[in-house]
Write a protein that binds this ligand. Structure first.
Ligand SMILES: NC(=O)c1ccc[n+]([C@@H]2O[C@H](COP(=O)([O-])OP(=O)(O)OC[C@H]3O[C@@H](n4cnc5c(N)ncnc54)[C@H](O)[C@@H]3O)[C@@H](O)[C@H]2O)c1
Length: 269
């Protein structure tokens, strides 16, 4: 059987590295792509497998993406079993205070970055049996979070894109799914916590996180497990990590005020 291959953006970050480890250990070829060259070199050491390649990629550039997919095709033998569109940024703050450049960068990376990724990867995904387009959304795409309005909008966009592509790409036998993480222990969470995204968000971080329920701190390996499940359970579209993150969507379906109250209780404890 031919060796399968996964392409990961944000590949030098917490979830990217954890996912790379999971798939490399199972004998997959892994392509790690990121903006951060230093972190990429460390990531390659950590994944520690000769079947791993790295490449510098700014997901906001369609040209960069096309070049990265080209490099990956040479490495993988022209296949892409999973595209994991995972790169993201999460600046927070009140909408009224956020500089326009920050707003644009969130949309550029988190939304357009995913769109460019799918478009660039399509020829390889089409050429691969049972391929999966997987993206990283967020728990904020169940009910939006205060001081995360633009980030929320970007992750709702990813969730909507995932659903639309689950229909559109079906014609090519390509599946589409996303992961909606709650609080995952990665550099992003720690750095955002240190910077302080605003009082409610800051207070709720790390030590202050609840020990149970949707916003308990989860290891990055839980995301790797979700990507693994998405590839092997073909009919599910949204993967909530932990599963309780999905409760908000379920509550919201029949009582949006109840969902709002739940999020409010978490953010303003
Ligand atoms: N950590 C959490 O609690 C959490 C929760 C929900 C969703 N997420 C999402 O998970 C994804 C992965 O985040 P993480 O927690 O591993 O964070 P992380 O900061 O450890 O990793 C993100 C990676 O994306 C890279 N990146 C940023 N901009 C890029 C660009 N323009 N082009 C290419 N790479 C770029 C960064 O260099 C970094 O290595 C993100 O989409 C994030 O929004 C994280």
């Amino acid at each position: 059987m031919e060796q399968k291959a996964i392409f990961i953006t944000g590949g030098a970050g917490g979830m990217g590295v954890a996912t790379a480890k999971r798939f490399a250990a199972a004998g997959w070829k892994v392509g790690l792509f990121d903006l951060d060259s230093q972190a990429l070199a460390q990531a390659k050491d950590e994944v520690g497998d000769s079947q791993t390649m790295t490449g510098i990629l700014d997901v906001t550039s369609p040209e960069d993406f096309a070049a990265a997919v080209g490099e990956f095709a040479l490495f993988s033998g022209g296949r892409m079993d999973i595209l994991f569109n995972n790169a993201g940024i999460a600046p927070g703050g009140l909408l009224e205070d956020m500089p326009e450049a920050t707003i644009r960068s969130i949309i550029d990376v988190n939304v357009l970055g995913v769109i460019h990724g799918v478009r660039a990867a399509l020829p390889l995904l089409k050429a691969t049996d049972n391929a999966l387009s997987m993206s990283t959304s967020s728990s904020v795409a169940t009910y939006g979070h205060a001081k995360r309005a633009v980030y929320t909008a970007s992750k709702f966009a990813v969730k909507g894109l995932t659903e639309a592509l689950s229909l559109e790409l079906e014609a090519y036998g390509i599946r589409s799914a996303d992961v909606l993480p709650g609080c995952i222990d990665t550099p992003m969470l720690r750095q955002e916590s240190a910077k302080g995204a605003g009082r409610p968000f800051e207070l709720s971080m790390l030590d202050g996180l609840p020990k149970t329920g949707p916003y308990r701190l989860m290891p990055a390996s839980a995301i790797a497990d979700a990507v693994w499940s998405a590839y092997h359970n073909s009919d599910q579209i949204h993967f909530y990590v932990p599963e309780e993150v999905g409760d908000t969507d379920r509550v919201k379906a029949h009582d949006i005020q109840a969902a709002r109250s739940e999020i409010k209780a978490f953010l303003y404890r």
